[in-house]
Write a protein that binds this ligand. Structure first.
Ligand SMILES: [Zn+2]
Ligand SMILES: [Zn+2]
Length: 275
């Protein structure tokens, strides 16, 4: 596995996690700190491994929960992927067949191309979840742009896909997505948490945008993907500095709405180590 960084969950988010955990029959009684990852990609979008293999890796490394957060999709319904379009895919198919047996994957040939069907989140849950020990949570990376500026937000424990809305600015894009999540939360009664992902990815979101989007309560102060400009550059602040700027600007504007930090893996690549 390429990169695994423990999730740090702050304040209010812990409440939501405890609620999911109790809904799913865990975690172990008396456990006050839960370890998990809330930003994970698999073959359902642009990750390069099967969700059951990823879930099992996290479970076997002491994690209590894992959210699959694919780009604008949730892992349900029928999805076929090519089984041999590159070396990495071949490797993934070989590993999952070795781990779960040669009959685990459903196979077909489509236009001369061998394909396999991806397991849905429900199928993976049935195989990997263990009450009181490990749960999987449905998520989505609501993936959008304002002009060329990426605005990505995760929604965790949602019931159905949220389609990103076209808006007039970056701040409005964030605000409208937060509202869409909160509407689903109110409608379904589920605990749903949303946060802004990797603000410095392609320099999509700056401190002013985050200050203006007052309804935003969480953002990724740390994202494990190497291409997200985590530490800023000579002209632009890193994510920790962004956090300071937003909190102080909200405070100065007499709008001291809290902004809490998350740390996630944003894992995509599971077969080649860069270490
Ligand atoms: Zn993203
Ligand atoms: Zn992502």
């Amino acid at each position: 596995m390429l990169r695994r960084i423990s999730l740090v969950v702050f304040a209010g988010c812990c409440v939501a996690l405890a609620a999911w955990a109790s809904q799913a029959g865990g975690p172990a009684k008396g456990k006050t700190f839960l370890k998990g990852n809330l930003h994970t990609h698999s073959l359902w979008s642009d990750g390069d491994d099967f969700p059951e293999m990823i879930a099992e890796w996290y479970k076997s490394h002491g994690y209590d929960f894992l959210a699959l957060t694919e780009h604008n999709v949730i892992a349900s319904g029928i999805k076929w992927v090519d089984a041999a379009n590159n070396k990495t895919r071949e490797q993934a198919v070989e590993k999952v067949s070795k781990r779960f047996g040669p009959d685990w994957l459903e196979k077909r040939v489509e236009k001369d191309r061998p394909q396999v069907r991806l397991k849905t989140l429900e199928e993976v849950k049935a195989k990997v979840e263990e009450p009181g020990r490990f749960i999987l949570v449905q998520g989505e990376e609501i993936t959008h742009k304002f002009g060329k500026l990426p605005v990505h937000m995760n929604a965790i424990n949602l019931a159905s896909v949220i389609k990103p809305a076209d808006c007039a600015s970056v701040a409005e894009t964030i605000t409208v997505n937060v509202r869409q999540v909160n509407e689903q939360k109110a409608k379904t009664g589920r605990e749903i948490v949303t946060f802004l992902n990797h603000p410095n990815f392609n320099w999509g979101v700056n401190a002013d945008d985050m200050t203006q989007a007052e309804e935003l309560r969480f953002f990724e102060v740390y994202n494990g993907h190497p291409g997200t400009n985590q530490n800023g550059d000579k002209e632009r602040p890193g994510c920790e500095r962004l956090w300071d700027l937003v909190i102080s600007r909200r405070y100065k504007a007499n709008r001291p709405a809290p902004l809490l930090g998350m740390a996630t893996d944003d894992s995509h690549n599971y077969h080649v180590s860069s270490m």
